[in-house]
Design a protein around this ligand. Structure first.
Ligand code: ZN
Length: 399
């Protein structure tokens, strides 16, 4: 187990338990099981035998709790007044280390997971990105599919917990006043489920052109996908450079693509860029959503803006805007205990080097990101999108 204590002098304190057991650890045929387990894990233990007992225990402390599943990790977090914090940690530790995962609790939760699944299918962009990650990277949707979620058994959920929820896969991050640090360390010593299988190997990247037809959506979606640099949190500075570059190319109002295709031409409903990385591989893509008649025009405009950014570099002003926006977001996350506790957990789990210890270091690293760094990154990650033999196009249209 890795433990990180961030001193935060506020009346509130937060604990985050993060397991490196996200949807990429779903066994084949059980897609969605990591997310399903997140829904049922904190439902009962010997000490708190059902959901009402659990919610009463947290309610007595005024604690607010939640969980979340990503592709790499799943986390459980809780916030309450600092004076009640040690008691809240005890409840979390008990539920996480000895969950009951009863058949009937798993069955009851299935309806809720299925309705979340249906909600996601109403949104064109989330359906598109799921299909994109599935078709190019072999990634299943985090939430799973109708066929798998309806078939997952309580026994499979218990096995998944036993295989994935071990101390080597766990990072606990706490943001709280210094006065509780020693007590929290005592409480966490010796805590935890012990077994942990190593994460399964990642699927190989196999980029292909894809044309998806979904008559239910009136909008079209387009993504240009290129092989990206490996990393997955291995180098924090490099990840920051990548995030600055992506924000300069597509995304916020000041980005080059947003300014052109939405600001000047009014063509797109949404445009963004993302880099998805893991230790041995990665992809970068630019994706957009717009009226189906505009497909060719949007594609040409994206190519034009990317060509200019690759050939002439990203304007210094755009780099400055992106850095300032990210510094504001970072500073605002530092204002709350939950923001502080959730900041860097995945980098620790990835075994990262150069993890910032706090905001000061984040600011220092960000200050050191130069327009030349951004240009180099753009050449590496976005230039392949202009090469028809290296990049792939994924579309989703109504017909
Ligand atoms: Zn959920």
């Amino acid at each position: 187990m890795k433990f990180r204590f961030v001193q935060h002098d506020s009346p509130l304190a937060t604990a985050v338990f993060t397991f490196k057991a996200g949807s990429l650890s779903d066994p084949a045929g059980q897609e969605g099981i990591s997310h399903y387990l997140e829904h049922v894990l904190l439902n009962a233990s010997d000490k708190y035998p059902d959901e009402v007992a659990v919610s009463d225990a947290f309610a007595r402390l005024g604690a607010s709790t939640n969980g979340g599943t990503g592709s790499n990790s799943v986390c459980y977090y809780g916030t309450c007044r600092a004076s009640k914090f040690v008691e809240m940690i005890d409840i979390h530790c008990d539920l996480i280390a000895s969950p009951l995962l009863h058949d009937d609790a798993v069955e009851r939760e299935r309806t809720i997971v299925m309705s979340e699944l249906k909600d996601g299918q109403d949104d064109a962009m989330s359906v598109f990105v799921d299909e994109l990650l599935q078709g190019t990277l072999g990634w299943a949707p985090i939430i799973g599919r109708d066929t798998t979620v309806s078939a997952i058994t309580a026994e499979q959920i218990r096995s998944h917990y036993a295989a994935r929820y071990g101390l080597p896969n766990l990072m606990v991050t706490v943001a709280a006043p210094a006065s509780v640090e020693d007590e929290i360390r005592d409480r966490l010593a010796g805590f935890g489920p012990t077994a942990a299988a190593p994460p399964p190997p990642q699927p190989a990247v196999d980029l292909e052109d894809m044309a998806i037809v979904r008559p239910s959506f009136g909008q079209a979606c387009l993504a240009i996908v290129a092989p990206g640099a490996p990393g997955n949190g291995a180098n924090f500075r490099e990840n920051l450079v990548g995030a600055v570059a992506s924000n300069c190319i597509a995304g916020p109002d000041f980005s080059l693509l947003f300014r052109r295709v939405r600001g000047e031409l009014g063509l797109t409903y949404w445009i963004g860029a993302q880099t998805v990385r893991w230790p041995d591989a990665g992809v970068t893509f630019v994706a957009s959503q717009f009226d189906p008649d505009l497909m060719d025009q949007v594609k040409q405009e994206i190519a034009c803006v990317l060509r200019k950014a690759v050939d002439d570099g990203v304007p210094e002003e755009t780099v400055a805007f992106a850095k300032d926006a990210m510094l504001t977001a970072s500073a605002s996350s530092c204002e709350t205990s939950i923001g502080l506790a959730r900041r860097f957990d995945m980098y620790h789990l990835a075994g990262a080097q150069g993890v910032p210890e706090g905001y000061d270091e984040y600011e220092d690293i960000m200050d050191g990101v130069s327009p030349a760094d951004v240009d180099a990154y753009v050449k590496r990650a976005f230039a392949p999108m202009l090469d028809e033999s290296a990049s792939k196009t994924v579309t989703m249209t109504p017909d």
